[in-house]
Write a protein of this length. Structure first.
Length: 421
């Protein structure tokens, strides 16, 4: 249960922050966001804000999504459907009820014959089954539709649809999801640094702490001492220090250190330890830390850049030699979350930062149906001076979506075999 909760926490935060990026910049561009959902599946709560967005909480706590006007088949209102229409004092339709679960007081029962809620903003139909006379209703541009599950969303006239925004606004909206993941990674790395008390200074050999009853403590080393030599080998940074200790194994070390401008020499025998199946040797000293606020900010950006570059290297390796074992889906994230749950909040925050960075880079891949694929279509539109036809763009997106679904199925099955069989 603990592992499951950590998985849901990590996955939901990373995805919701991603979707909030799309949401925020869509709103800034004048694009109607019809729904901002936290979770998936049937809704358990909904509230329509004054901004026209319906905010919902859904029963499965797996991420979330945004529904922007223009990204779906508009309304799915077909001739022959039975609706309830609520009109205001100006005889404009302000509410269209498709749901059989909800009844509108003073709602007009209509059998739909035709509708245009994008340009003309009209609904045609027979009232009370009177097929001898078709009536035409003018629809308010801020009217709402009650969907079959009871969710109430705004209609989407053309001027608030995604395609009506300027090209640069659409590009920024598409890029905003991955951008938010990168920002989240920086914030999480900064939080991690705060939890650790500072940034590791790997360019120094000054000891920040000495573990109780460790070989270093028994030899008399203290926090603030600076290690200068090990077995007559000069060490100038933390990497050289740890490499020298590992190279000598469990053999006795002659350590020269400096304290208060005085050099001292002691003998230390490292302890053998197994971590995640690997044998390491430790003397029980902590890496030096930079604790200044500027150092912490710089450290957060440095860790983010290093994480970004590591993922790019892994991606390059995947492109050179493709293997499903180099990919991980929700099952792999669950396994990583399970391990992090047993190691405390610092590990959980670090894992979340890495996953957020991964999601940001992955979504920028130039694959149709991903944000990167949408950005490629935006660039093509900019070069051509006009967008692709909706049919071509829809076909390209459908192919990309099918490819992503197939890849997700293969990756998930491969993860199940790796981790559970």
């Amino acid at each position: 249960m603990k592992a499951l909760l950590v998985f849901l926490f990590i996955f939901s935060i990373v995805v919701v922050v991603h979707e909030f990026g799309h949401f925020y910049f869509a709103k800034r561009a004048g694009i109607l966001v019809r729904e901002f959902a936290i979770g998936m599946g049937p809704k358990i709560f909904s509230h329509q804000g004054k901004d026209g967005t319906t905010y919902t909480v859904r029963i499965l706590p797996l991420g979330g999504y945004v529904r922007m006007a223009g990204f779906e088949e508009e309304e799915d209102l077909k001739p022959g459907m039975f609706l309830q229409l609520l009109v205001n004092s100006q005889n404009e339709v302000i509410k269209i009820n498709k749901s059989k679960k909800i009844q509108l007081t003073n709602g007009i029962p209509v059998e739909l014959t035709a509708q245009n809620l994008v340009d003309d903003l009209i609904i045609k139909g027979y009232v009370n089954g009177q097929e001898s006379e078709e009536q035409v209703f003018k629809v308010s541009p801020v009217a709402t539709i009650i969907e079959e599950d009871g969710t109430e969303i705004r209609i989407a006239p053309r001027d608030v649809q995604f395609q009506s925004a300027k090209l640069w606004q659409r590009m920024l909206t598409n890029f905003a999801g991955p951008m938010n993941n990168f920002i989240l990674a920086v914030v999480l790395f900064f939080i991690l640094i705060l939890m650790q008390g500072g940034v590791q200074d790997i360019h120094s050999t000054k000891i920040s702490s000495v573990s109780a009853d460790s070989p270093a403590a028994l030899a008399g080393l203290k926090a603030g001492d600076t290690i200068k030599k090990i077995n007559n080998e000069q060490v100038t940074n933390w990497s050289e220090l740890t490499e020298t200790i590992q190279k000598n194994g469990a053999n006795n070390l002659t350590v020269v250190y400096q304290r208060n401008q005085q050099s001292e020499t002691v003998d230390i025998t490292p302890k053998k330890k197994t971590v995640q199946g690997q044998t390491i040797y430790q003397i029980g000293v902590g890496v030096p830390m930079k604790t200044g606020i500027i150092d912490k900010f710089v450290g957060a950006f440095t860790m983010s850049i290093n994480s970004f570059l590591q993922i790019l290297v892994a991606l390059g390796s995947l492109l050179r030699s493709f293997s499903l074992d180099k990919l991980g889906g929700p099952v792999a994230i669950y396994q990583i979350s399970s391990q992090a749950a047993n190691q405390g909040w610092t590990t959980i925050i670090g894992v979340m930062a890495m996953i957020s960075m991964n999601l940001g880079i992955f979504n920028l891949l130039p694959i149709p149906a991903l944000d990167g694929g949408k950005l490629v279509l935006n660039v093509i539109e900019g070069v051509r001076g006009k967008p692709l036809s909706q049919e071509k763009e829809g076909l390209i997106t459908l192919i990309g979506f099918g490819f992503m679904m197939l890849l997700m199925i293969l990756v998930t099955w491969n993860d199940i075999q790796r981790f559970f069989f």
